[in-house]
Each structure stands twice: as structure tokens, then as C-alpha cells.
Design a protein around this ligand. Structure first.
Ligand SMILES: [Zn+2]
Ligand SMILES: [Zn+2]
Length: 232
């Protein structure tokens, strides 16, 4: 098995969405590399300038990463954002803010990971079947789309396995609600409690910038939206 196969296997044997997990780890490594080696790199500064210091999600993630580990010198973030502030002062309010380079990198990585899963679907299905992993909606759809032309029968197999997992989480969540009632002395199990997080993960994916885009169907963009029961 090649390296990507090893990473995929590991991700598919753990709890949560394997693709989100791999992207989160990739994003973490990318931010760490910037802080560790490249905060003074002119190319990095140029790339950052185009987006005026990344998207809000990655700018704060970079800041949090630097603050959370004593290995990183806070000087790294200071150097980068001193350059960004200088650029803003020079350019004024017409300063351009293009696509965040880290979002672009993560999107490329996502494509590579999904393609690799499609290519290795035989092995992947074996891991996925009995593991606590569950694909989020976005990544499930991307994989199913990839399989539609390359291996439709495997796509059907994935659909069946996935549906079983969704039903299982649904049952666990219903169990959690039911056993939270005072009539149950024992209360919900740990597994049932974990189903709360899993249900959000299934629908929305991990809290990553890439998942903010979600899957909004065009037909759902109606006028006079109702938010929390109130028209706005
Ligand atoms: Zn995902
Ligand atoms: Zn970004």
C-alpha cells in the first residue's frame, strides 16, 4: 500500500468524517510550516498580500496556532501582519482582497483526497463498513459523484453502507433524547451522547473554512426568508 493509502486507511478507521479529518490535519501542518519556517519568506508575504492576510477563518486560525504552541515565536504572526497592515496603509480603501491561498490549497487537497478514495474504493469500503467513521454530506456527495462514472456499482455499495450508518446515528440520537427523560434512571450511554456531535458532523462537516460553503441548492434561495420562525 502506498503512503496515501496508509493515510486513507487510518482516517477511515477513526471516528468522524475521514476527509474532513485529513483536511484539518493538512491545514494544521500548512499553518505550522508558515509559522515555523516561512514568516519572513518574500513569496509567502506576496501570497498573503493578495488576500490581505488570508480569509477571516485562516487569519484567526494562524493566530490561534501561534498562541497555542510555545514552539512558535509570536514574532512570525507579527512580521506577517505588519506587512499586511503596511500594504493596507499604502493601498487605502481600494485594497484588493482575492481568494485566500490556504483555502485554495485545502480545496486542491480535498480534490486529491476524494480522487484517491474513488481510485481505492475497494479497500476503502472494507474499512468504512465496520468503523466508527462517517462521511459528512459534502464529502459523501463528492465521492458518490466521482464513483458515478468510474464505478457505479461501488457507488451503490457505498450508499448502502452509508445509509446504515446514518440510521444507526439517528437511533442513537433518539435513544439519547428518550433516556434523558427523568423516567430513565440510568440515562443515555456515552455512545448515545456522542451521536449529538455526529449528527451535526454528518450534515455540516467539521468546522473548516471549506465546509462553510456547504451545499445550498439553488431552488432554496427564496425571497422573504423565515429565520427562527420570524420573517425578515
Ligand atoms: Zn467531511
Ligand atoms: Zn482561507
Amino acid at each position: 500500500m502506498d503512503m496515501i493509502g496508509v493515510y486513507l486507511k487510518e482516517a477511515f478507521l477513526k471516528e468522524g468524517c475521514p476527509v474532513c479529518r485529513m483536511l484539518r490535519e493538512f491545514e494544521g501542518k500548512t499553518l505550522a510550516t508558515i509559522l515555523y519556517e516561512h514568516s519572513n519568506d518574500p513569496q509567502v508575504i506576496t501570497d498573503f498580500k493578495k488576500s490581505l492576510g488570508l480569509c477571516p477563518y485562516h487569519a484567526w486560525k494562524l493566530f490561534e496556532t501561534s498562541a497555542s504552541n510555545s514552539l512558535y515565536d509570536p514574532l512570525g504572526v507579527a512580521v506577517i501582519y505588519e506587512r499586511m497592515l503596511a500594504h493596507y496603509l499604502e493601498s487605502g480603501e481600494n485594497v484588493k482582497e482575492e481568494e485566500c491561498p490556504i483555502c485554495t490549497l485545502v480545496e486542491e487537497k480535498e480534490r486529491i483526497v476524494v480522487d484517491s478514495i474513488v481510485k481505492r474504493i475497494d479497500e476503502i469500503l472494507e474499512y468504512y463498513r465496520d468503523s466508527p467513521a462517517i462521511l459528512c454530506r459534502r464529502h459523501y456527495r463528492m465521492i458518490v459523484e466521482g464513483l458515478a462514472t468510474k464505478a457505479p456499482e461501488k457507488g451503490e455499495e457505498l450508499k448502502n453502507i452509508h445509509k446504515k450508518k446514518l440510521k444507526n446515528i439517528h437511533e442513537l440520537l433518539k435513544g439519547f433524547i428518550e433516556k434523558s427523560s427523568y423516567m430513565y434512571e440510568e440515562g443515555p450511554s456515552e455512545e448515545e451522547a456522542r451521536a449529538i456531535r455526529s449528527s451535526i458532523l454528518i450534515l455540516k462537516g467539521e468546522p473548516l473554512a471549506i465546509n462553510q460553503k456547504g451545499f445550498v441548492e439553488k431552488s432554496s434561495k427564496k425571497r422573504g426568508r423565515v429565520i427562527f420562525g420570524r420573517k425578515n
